[in-house]
Design a protein around this ligand. Structure first.
Ligand code: ZN
Length: 320
């Protein structure tokens, strides 16, 4: 996984160097591009960031997302067009550590306002279930720590609200003419997120089991917030496959902890989850990490899908 990540970054650097001048001239001639409207142009890295920008920016912001709906965001690559779009935007809103190509592209642009959501809350190390150890040297250790920081903060309404507060302040500073509206919109969003937190808190307080199985380790913050234990079939990367030993371990754990359901998600293959469920005689259901909204999503926005997630968790955990 680490090797692959490094390769992607290297490609991104080369592409950016080659395109440097082209992107600049595109800036001055193409005024109708998405990143250059009369509004406060925000380029968001993927859905949870775009949703924040839209909710807080309201009528004043023109929000575009680098990740297409239905595209799995983790290994996104940035196109030439998107680099130009970033260069023309007023602000970039991203989550450092989730999409290496985005981190790279944002750091290389001259964009004035760069908002890193990871810097607006605290990231934790939830450990990766299948972590490759690349030797015990100093350097290897540092790299591992960096990769182990779990970026999936938006699935915890409390942390997502902290990020919303920070994004609101950044918008106020970057576009002071509309500061009052950004403040008002942020307060409304935070209130809704607090309400959602209360629903999860109450809804998951009294359950038959506290353990749930997911495809990739997206729900670490959510689990921690509501006293649950997430067991991920893959690690933090949704595309990685579990080892035979891991599958066996999960089967034993399902028995020991009264796990009823293996959750899969909408943007990646459900094959591994379904195989595990069949072998261990468990049910399957969707627990959506909200990395993108598509036709298959159980709702049209963050709040609707989170409500569906709560219902799915309550059913799987045997809420009383
Ligand atoms: Zn993820």
């Amino acid at each position: 996984m680490n090797v692959r990540r490094r390769l992607i970054s290297a490609t991104a650097v080369t592409a950016a160097t080659a395109l440097g001048l082209g992107a600049l001239s595109a800036c001055s001639s193409d005024s109708a591009a998405t990143g250059n409207t009369d509004k406060f142009d925000v380029v968001a890295s993927f859905y949870p960031m775009a949703f924040l920008a839209e909710q807080i920016g309201g009528d004043h912001a023109n929000v575009t997302s680098l990740t297409e709906p239905g595209q799995e965001p983790h290994d996104l690559e940035i196109s030439t067009k998107q680099r130009a779009q970033l260069e023309e935007a007023d602000a970039a809103l991203f989550l450092k550590g989730l999409q290496p190509a985005v981190d790279e592209a944002v750091s290389q642009t001259g964009i004035k306002t760069k908002i890193d959501a990871a810097g607006l809350t605290t990231l934790e190390d939830h450990g990766s279930t299948e972590h490759e150890h690349e030797g015990e040297g100093e350097e290897g250790h540092a790299e591992e720590e960096e990769h182990a920081r779990d970026p999936h903060i938006w699935l915890d309404p409390v942390k997502y609200a902290e990020v919303a507060e920070g994004v609101g302040k950044a918008f106020e500073k970057a576009d002071p003419d509309h500061a009052a509206d950004y403040k008002k919109n942020t307060a409304a969003l935070v209130k809704k997120l607090n309400g959602l937190d209360g629903e999860f808190e109450n809804g998951l307080k009294d359950t038959r089991t506290k353990v749930f199985f997911t495809n990739h380790a997206a729900f670490g913050y959510l689990a921690e917030r509501y006293g649950l234990t997430q067991e991920a079939i893959s690690g933090l990367d949704p595309e990685s496959e579990p080892s035979a030993a891991r599958v066996k371990e999960l089967q034993q754990e399902a028995k020991a902890d009264g796990v009823t359901t293996v959750f899969y998600e909408t943007l990646v293959s459900d094959k591994t989850a379904k195989t595990l469920a069949k072998d261990a005689k468990l049910k399957t259901d969707v627990l959506d990490p909200l990395e993108g909204i598509t036709d298959k999503s159980r709702g049209d926005d963050y709040f609707q899908v989170m409500e569906a997630n709560l219902k799915a968790l309550q059913a799987a955990l045997g809420a009383k």
